[in-house]
Design a protein around this ligand. Structure first.
Ligand code: G
Ligand code: G
Ligand code: MN
Ligand code: NA
Length: 254
């Protein structure tokens, strides 16, 4: 309860901020985008991990306000980079299932796009397959409405949690993100390598791009090159960076 009350005032107190993790082409290392990841500096000092506070926010409608704040702050930063000549091709933003199911979700995305001047073609929303467990028709309609104006969708944490192939089949998404737990023991775990190969084959036939998450080594990247995975992110390229460091990272690549 204590942490919930602190989180409730975190936006007003300016305690939330964003880091951005670069995403690259597997084949040639080109930058294809960044994923915005929220951070919380409680009282300006103590850092609390989103792995800890996002689940708390998700138990209530607090995730809706936090989600809108994240989307707005990320889009604003993205437009700012463009004005500075920092060329980031795409912005990925996490959307929690509860936030997605809010009645105002589509309108709030439209409002943020308009307010910030963000090009919808450059916005990618990361959801999980659990969005179609309940209210599937409604969820698919929301995704289709946003896709029609150019927004794309990625299925996050693919392969863990509530993942199910029958949910996946129904999702009008553009991309799958293979959870980092399947990547971390490559090239030592034969089962994980088989799973990644199978996901890539399935994704190819279903028309999904694939991003491998949590790539930490050259051997992992080489495996993904051999398997013709499209994109990757992970500490091997970069940890999540502040907006300022992300701009330097991109300028170094340009
Ligand atoms: O950045 P880090 O690896 O510490 O994130 C931990 C978890 O918090 C991840 O599962 C990530 O998806 C989630 N997360 C980070 N930022 C956001 C956000 O802005 N919104 C939502 N819903 N989840 C986020
Ligand atoms: O669930 P989601 O994909 O949104 O979570 C991203 C989280 O994974 C971020 O909190 C980020 O800090 C973390 N992360 C990103 N790259 C790596 C990596 O290479 N290794 C590990 N262990 N964690 C990573
Ligand atoms: Mn994500
Ligand atoms: Na993930």
């Amino acid at each position: 309860l204590h942490i919930y009350n602190c989180l409730k005032s975190a936006i007003a107190k300016n305690e939330l901020f964003l880091h951005y993790q670069p995403q690259h082409m597997v084949q040639n290392g080109e930058i294809i985008g960044v994923e915005a990841l929220v951070r919380w500096h409680l009282g300006g000092k103590q850092q609390i991990s989103p792995a800890e506070f996002i689940p708390i926010a998700e138990e209530t409608d607090l995730i809706i306000d936090i989600g809108i704040w994240v989307l707005q702050a990320a889009c604003r930063q993205f437009v700012e980079w463009q004005l500075q000549g920092v060329n980031v091709p795409q912005l990925s933003v996490n959307v929690s299932t509860r936030q997605f199911h809010d009645n105002n979700f589509v309108d709030s995305v439209l409002m943020v796009l308009e307010e910030t001047g963000m090009d919808p073609m450059q916005l990618n929303l990361e959801i999980t397959e659990s969005v179609v467990i309940e209210h599937a028709e409604d969820a698919i309609r929301k995704m289709t409405d946003l896709k029609n104006i150019g927004v794309s969708f990625a299925v996050d944490d693919f392969g863990v949690g509530y993942s199910s192939l029958s949910y996946l089949k129904r999702l009008p998404a553009n991309e799958l993100k293979i959870d980092r737990s399947f990547i971390q023991n490559i090239p030592y775990n034969v089962s994980d390598m088989a799973i990644v190969e199978a996901v890539l084959a399935m994704a190819k036939h279903m028309g999904f791009n694939v991003t491998a998450e949590g790539v930490e080594s050259r051997q992992q990247l080489e495996f993904l090159q051999r398997q013709q995975c499209s994109f990757y992110q992970g500490f091997y390229a970069s940890k999540p960076l502040s907006a300022e460091y992300l701009a330097l990272y991109i300028k170094r690549l340009q």
